[in-house]
Design a protein. Structure first.
Length: 79
């Protein structure tokens, strides 16, 4: 099964994202979406952001993976 909104790695992810600077937010967007800014209007979003579970035998040694075409982040199940 994948992640839910209440999964610990997802909650930790949002906590870390909230602590980033505006410049780091832009870098995160570039990593996950290929753009450094969000659209100005809701109807300009072409994709909904998704967090999916990345399966790894060593999750604490694995970096997240992004799919910019799908605005998706594969997040390992960090401890």
């Amino acid at each position: 099964a994948g992640y839910s909104d209440t999964s610990e790695p997802v909650k930790l992810f949002w906590k870390v994202l909230e602590a980033l600077t505006p410049e780091q937010h832009g870098l995160f967007l570039r990593f996950t979406w290929g753009r450094s800014r969000l659209p100005l209007y809701a109807d300009q979003f072409t994709q909904e952001f998704k967090i999916s579970k990345m399966y790894s035998e060593t999750p604490d040694k694995t970096l997240p993976l992004s799919h910019t075409c799908f605005f998706e982040l594969e997040l390992p199940e960090y401890s």
